[in-house]
Design a protein around this ligand. Structure first.
Ligand SMILES: [Zn+2]
Length: 163
């Protein structure tokens, strides 16, 4: 793993640092398990991210994280591979007290101050949470002409998969 993906999150925020980088989705082993198996004909998916340290006077230091990628998944209707576009933004506040002691009623996400925060793990966690449970083509689905109420016969689907 790239060294630059381990950061001191509090210092990063206080110094208002910026980091824009990318890495291969295959580096994220937990995420790779929920994606379509890698097809050698398609270039491997890349995850792009941008991290910005935010620190205003008299307010809590924070981080802004943007994640952009396209991930291969299996359409749950036609069982073909499809790409989903992901564009996520997160705002975190960093606290040097333990998270339990903080009021968790509000909408902000908290990160504990950590001089070795693993950015890649944070990105993987956020992507796992953002993955749709049952992805399906919005258009051009090969099963989209199906009459409503008609269900695919699972055995017919299986038969089509075995050659
Ligand atoms: Zn489909």
């Amino acid at each position: 793993m790239k060294k630059s993906l381990i950061i001191n999150n509090l210092e990063f925020a206080q110094k208002k640092q910026k980091l824009a980088d990318s890495f291969a989705v295959s580096d994220l082993t937990r995420l790779a398990e929920v994606l379509a198996p890698h097809d050698k004909n398609i270039r491997p998916a890349t995850i792009h991210f941008e991290l910005t340290g935010v620190c205003k006077q008299f307010s809590q230091p924070g981080l802004h994280l943007r994640i952009k990628t396209e991930l291969p998944v299996i359409c749950q209707r036609c069982l073909d591979e499809m790409l989903i576009s992901i564009d996520l933004s997160f705002d975190y506040l960093i606290s040097d007290t333990t998270i339990d002691a903080l009021d968790d009623n509000d909408e902000m996400d908290w990160l504990e101050a950590d001089n070795e925060m693993n950015l890649q793990e944070l990105i993987e966690d956020e992507l796992l949470l953002a993955m749709p449970l049952a992805p399906a083509h919005e258009e051009n689905c090969s099963k989209s002409s199906m009459q409503s109420g008609e269900k695919p016969n699972p055995f017919a689907v299986l038969k089509g998969k075995i050659k």
